[in-house]
Design a protein around this ligand. Sequence first.
Ligand SMILES: [Fe+2]
Ligand SMILES: [Fe+2]
Length: 384
Amino acid sequence: MQLKRLPVNERAVAMNRRVERVVNRVVRARDRWAERLGVGGRAAAYDDTHYEFIGGAKDELRKKHYDKSLRLLWKAEAVAPWSSFRDCTDEERLLLAEAERSLSPEERAERKRITSEEYRAFLDEHYTPRQKRAIVSFLAAIGHGEAYAWLVSASLLSEVKSTGARAALTMQVLEEAKHFVVMRELVQAFGVEVPRQSVWEYLLLEGTLKAKGLDKFFGMNVLVETIALSIFGSLSEMPGLEILRLFHLDEARHTALPANYFKEFPLDDKAKASLRSRVRRLWMTLPALPLVMLLEEELAEIGIDAFEFAGSVMRKVSALSERAGLLPAEVALRQAMLFNRIFNLYCRATRPGHEDRDFMAADTTSGEEERAVEREIFAAATVH
Ligand SMILES: [Fe+2]
Ligand SMILES: [Fe+2]
């Protein structure tokens, strides 16, 4: 390629370079000292000499979370054609139409792209008003959680090290945004009043958002996302709620992030197992207890035992905490046993003829695919 070189003043060029070098040394030294003295410094945890964020590339994290998220990225228009979302590209729309043409008439009738009115009519046909209210209060609980997941994952972006971890979290921010807006339409489609957050959800989620540093990882990715994953896993086989299977898959990936991150950047012993940090995490978990008791009536309405649900959540939380190095195995086991004892005491007081049982062994996730996904995540570490 022929490019016409323009004349420049060589002395001015050299002078500008020299000035930049000197000012660069001064500015960088000033920020290094400010950082050492704890009075400011560079705001971005970014290493421009290596073209990486502080912490390095960590491509494993990128591949396991960012690449996988993009590979499994789903569009609301394709899976919830009754919604207001128009997020498919022209090519994707064309593919959907072609896929529909190749179906048999029966299959086509089954997969018909229904409108919003048809979807509402479908829900009315399959659920009584009482059941709809129960499903909505269960789903809304996690719908409010999605708003916090969006905020917490965005705030964690400035807490994690490495390019790979940031890429992973950026995908989580995107997915939580999608979960929040799609879940809102799904919940609204039921046409019943959407309850506000209960105070127990409020405390649980505010506690997570206000948690310092990587404790947010515990509150959100381990605790709240396990609750979300378990809710999606227990509802995804119900008519009209198949879309929750995709939420389940995303949340499964999010729950695996702390363990993958701490593999690259292990927590120091103080942050990991000091009594203070353990008490802090237990404190964050406590609002989940009265929340389960509050949801018992609604869950019973759709055939889910609240304590079986809570037991399966606590088992998964213990397994994840142990794997991420947030709890030593014996403490995780003791904590699970403590929760089980509280559940049984409550049931003895409120359920006539209750016989003590191991709620931690229960599993309310019903779909085969969802069970397989959970086996993959929770198999390596288990408290039983
Ligand atoms: Fe989510
Ligand atoms: Fe999530």
